[in-house]
Design a binder for this molecule. Sequence first.
Ligand code: DCP
Ligand code: MG
Length: 438
Amino acid sequence: MASLNDPRYGFCRDCMAAQRAEGRRCHVCGSPRLLRHPELCRLSIAHVDCDAFYAAVEKRDNPELRDKPVIIGGGKRGVVSTACYVARIHGVKSAMPMFKALEACPNAVVIPPDMEKYVRVGREIRQMMRDLTPMVEPLSIDEAFLDLAGTERLHHDPPARVMAKFSNRVEREIGLSVSVGLSYCKFLAKIASDFDKPRGFSIIGEAEAKDFLADKPVTMIWGVGKAFAATLEKDGIRMIGQLQTMELGPLMAAYGTMGQRLFRLSRGLDTRRVEPNGESKSVSAETTFNEDIGTRDELVAILRSLSEKVSRRLKAADIAGRTVVLKLKTRDFKLRTRNRQLADPTQLADRIFRTGCSLLEKEIDGTRFRLIGIGVSDLSDDGRADPKDLVDVQATKRAVAEGAIDKLRGKFGNNAVETGYTFGKIRTPPKASPEELE
Ligand code: DCP
Ligand code: MG
């Protein structure tokens, strides 16, 4: 009998039985989902990402939808939040305009997002992660890093088996599927989790990292977006393998600190630690308008719904932020960011919104804007957030009201309660409280 922990043999992801060296199917249950890897028992950084998250939750809650193409989205934004894998076969993608998605997949069932529900499910899954280790770093509502180093004695299993059991548990108890990436660093764990979605489990070991990366596009590197990829392309660089042949000095001379990142990540060198309270430095939401907007009323209404979105994310991740940041982009693409530090960290939409409004006030000068965003930085866990406000009694009342609204939305869905601002009924923006004017 092969040893459970012998990497030459690996194990079956379905029945967890240790495997023989040969054979493409489990010798016990016949499943083809076998995990074998020379570094199987040495790797301890995992990245978990739920498959087609919002759509999967809706399918779980309505079995009639199981085999149908499902799109979550619509509403005012008019774009796809996500599509199930059936709809993806027809070419539907996140962020696609709704009318295009329906052109590609006319039979799709369209469901408006129910954020409160997704936040709740996201939390349940996160709790299951925290049952494995406190070293959980949430990245968004449906994904997180876990560092399982040193947990083998506790679990009597190496991280690979712990994660396979975890993904089975999520399927069984929550009714959703996840994909897992396992590696020795965050960069490659995240790439791995995306590699054989859905229900995937991919492993990238240290020995193969450089070769694995060589033929991948530079856009796989964290922080290389479309614009930066275009700059690299102008310089003749498209593949990570090309970066692997370049020295640190020239890369830094050409691209500054980003050059250092290119140098290191292209070689699979990433020493960033899994940070339990979120390594992310800020949580924000923004929107680009179809037509430029310059009027206060319109901007305030959008700011309200963006503040609620930021607040939902903060609450979902159990974190709070102390600095509120307002971002505006003018029609000629000039960026204005304004920020204000609060006395205490907050996760309340109301507080974020009011601070944003007072920052916005000074920017209303006839300029037309193409984008508005709001966010918070200086993140910490929510233990110290929003203490009862001795100075501003009204703020405390509003916080209590917000808690009540959250509860209602949790029970009846996201659209159950709308505030005056998102309705667009209230015309004067709220006054900031004294603290927020600091
Ligand atoms: N989301 C969104 N708008 C986007 C991208 C995502 O509203 N442009 C929401 C819907 C997704 C959720 O965030 O369900 C998680 O995002 P992912 O990128 O992880 O996408 P999915 O989980 O839907 O699919 P995948 O299986 O590719 O992870
Ligand atoms: Mg996902």
